[in-house]
Design a protein around this ligand. Structure first.
Ligand code: ATP
Length: 238
């Protein structure tokens, strides 16, 4: 088996005095798409933010590309090749689509990586190509989400953490998101995607972990999760 790109062990996270994550463990292999699932408040966003160093306090181990990143600052982690796409689209509304992409440009961290350019991204996101000279603030929420992902890719990450990409987005954009994730996987980018939507996760991911009250309750193939009614009822369905 290939060594994991990202290996999280014994991860605990705190907001003030409140402990949110309890001994969370999981792995992401190079080029793999893994879904991190769970209901609202289960701790999905906190897990992604803990990996990036964006919570008040965290402990345990997060190994990325063979390096311990638990003590590093968010920008240092991003520079090592880990991209983070938050759920709330953080784009520059006064800049054009193209300018937003340029803001995210960073050299690849590995010699074998083909660098992302706006033109290469426009083949992946046709809507953005059409809107390239438009002000980003005038795009729909779903298009802004696509732009946030595209801008993260301009940093040439080897892995991205994608927080609930299908949340609150029109079905047609969700379909484009599914195609985009498949294309990204083909290009070798590993993806950890946080999701509540099982059909979406089952379409894009190879494996899944299910979180509940800050603890991992299931790990395995997505297909087995689809078959496991008890896990679904206990930890996923509303
Ligand atoms: P959602 O789909 O609602 O984002 P989630 O699985 O991503 O759900 P988290 O956002 O990680 O869940 O929240 C996990 C727990 O941490 C919740 O109980 C939430 O209230 C708490 N929490 C999240 N952010 C903060 C914060 N900044 N300060 C205090 N508590 C927080």
């Amino acid at each position: 088996m290939t060594a994991p790109l990202l290996k999280v062990s014994g991860l605990e996270a705190f907001y003030g005095a409140a402990q949110i994550l309890f001994s969370v463990e999981f792995e992401l292999a190079p080029g793999e798409v893994v879904a991190l699932m769970g209901r609202n408040g289960a701790g999905k966003t906190t897990t992604l933010e803990s990996i990036m160093g964006l919570v008040d306090r965290r402990s345990g181990s997060v190994d990325f590309r063979g390096r311990e990143i638990i003590g590093l600052r968010p920008y240092e982690i991003a520079r090592l090749g880990l991209g983070f796409v938050p759920e709330d689209r953080r784009i520059f509304t006064d800049l054009t689509v193209l300018e937003n992409l340029e803001v995210g440009r960073r050299d690849p961290t590995s010699a074998t990586q083909e660098a992302w350019t706006p033109d290469r991204l426009f083949t992946l996101f046709p809507n953005l190509a059409e809107a390239r000279n438009r002000s980003a603030g005038r795009m729909s929420g779903g298009e802004q989400q696509m732009l946030t992902i595209a801008r993260t890719l301009m940093g040439n990450p080897v892995a991205i953490l994608l927080d609930e990409p299908s949340e609150g987005i029109a079905p047609i954009i969700v379909d484009q998101m599914i195609d985009m994730i498949a294309e990204l996987k083909n290009s070798g980018v590993a993806i950890l995607v946080s999701e509540q939507n099982l059909p979406f996760a089952a379409t894009v991911a190879d494996r899944a972990y299910v979180l509940d009250h800050g603890q991992i309750k299931y790990s395995g193939a997505i297909a087995s999760l689809l078959d496991d009614e008890e896990i679904r009822r206990s930890y996923l369905e509303l």
